[in-house]
Write a protein that binds this ligand. Structure first.
Ligand code: TYM
Length: 337
């Protein structure tokens, strides 16, 4: 068994939100102490939907700052921007030849994103192949992701199996990457329904200032059956309470649960406490973000070093891929034959 190597990626949506942090970044920070880790800002993924090219560089930079603010340490892990390593697209093409279209069409995210679209860009269908290439390019063994990416990861495993079977004589040139899940599952957005995501406008930013956190959290949907202040609440139905689990320590959490049920505490107070908890938890990260923002050249250097290291690893993998696929030996075809 090859040594443990971790890979994961995050789209450049600007500053990370609570879903990104609780579903993924938190695990990344822990994993960098335990294994060799590579983390990427995946800009090639971000261009599969409409976007403003003038804004993309800022979104990439802000996500990289979020990585560092969350506690990724360039001495303990490698971080880079996907498009700085062109082999990602090269391996994507190769894996295209073994990825089953039927399974791509069954991906939930693909179906959601293309619903009602008149003309579907092939990039949206092939998106999970790019993701498989990201992981397999580094022959990663473990991939920390939130629940919403598990289906894509399963496809990466299928692609690895198929390629190994076809080109590697069954020998696992590409390890089948295992998911690493935290305890967060799927973080719901402030609407209390959908997954928290920038495209749905239901996020709280990890690096938002306390007042901005409050302005967002105050709009959060609570238990829909609790209409009046005097109605007893149901914490298990309330997304504000679900979020409290991550930001409020135990004795306090039990008190909120009790007082919500007995209508002792109102939703506004409950939200105020949540907003304070969030702002408190991320205070050191806001500080770190400010330090990096003041030294953008340091951020560029970290990403540049990361890309250089990844390019070397990627070249090595692609060499192995080309050899096994008969893409190199044409130089050795003898004369006359
Ligand atoms: P992305 O950019 O949407 O999300 C990045 C990571 O954050 C997690 N996440 C969440 N977890 C729980 N609740 C939420 N509301 C929530 N929102 C986001 C995601 O599960 C993910 O782990 N295709 C991927 C990026 C990617 C990738 C990869 C990941 C590209 N290549 C290779 C792993 C390995 C994506 O769009 O994630």
């Amino acid at each position: 068994m090859q040594q443990r190597r971790v890979f994961s990626g995050m789209q450049p949506t600007g500053e990370a939100h609570l879903g990104n942090y609780l579903g993924a970044l938190r695990q990344w920070v822990a994993l960098q102490e335990q294994a060799e880790c590579i983390f990427s800002v995946v800009d090639y993924h971000a261009i599969t939907v409409e976007y403003d090219p003038a804004e993309l560089p800022r979104r990439v930079f802000d996500m990289a700052v979020s990585f560092l603010a969350a506690g990724l340490d360039p001495d303990r892990c490698t971080m880079f921007v996907q498009s700085d390593v062109p082999e990602h697209t090269e391996l994507t093409w190769v894996l295209n030849t073994v990825a089953p279209v039927g399974e791509l069409e069954r991906m939930t995210q693909y179906k959601d994103k293309t619903e009602g679209m008149e003309s579907i860009p092939a990039g949206l269908l092939n998106y999970p192949i790019l993701m498989a290439a990201d992981i397999l390019l580094y022959r990663a063994t473990h991939v920390p992701v939130g629940e919403d990416q598990l289906q894509h990861l399963e496809l990466s495993r299928e692609v690895a199996r198929r390629w190994n079977r076809q080109y590697s004589g069954g020998e696992p040139f590409f390890p089948e990457p295992q998911p690493v899940m935290g305890d967060a599952g799927r973080i719901r957005g402030l609407d209390g329904q959908a997954k928290m995501s920038k495209s749905r406008g239901n996020t709280v930013g990890m690096l938002d200032e306390p007042e901005a956190v409050w302005q967002r959290v105050r709009t959060a949907v609570t238990d829909p059956q609790r209409v009046r202040r005097s109605d007893p609440g149901r914490p298990e139905e309330c997304n504000v309470f679900a979020l409290h689990r991550y930001f409020t320590p135990e004795p306090e959490l039990a008190r909120i649960d009790r007082e919500c049920r007995s209508a002792g505490i109102g939703c506004v107070d409950c939200k105020r406490m949540l907003a304070e908890g969030i702002a408190r938890e991320f205070a050191p990260m806001r500080e770190r973000a400010a330090e990096y923002r003041a030294r953008p050249e340091r951020v560029r250097e970290i990403l540049g070093d990361g890309a250089a290291r990844c390019r070397a690893l990627a070249r090595e993998t692609m060499q192995g891929v080309r050899e096994r696929m008969g893409l190199t030996a044409w130089t050795e075809v003898p004369a006359g034959g």
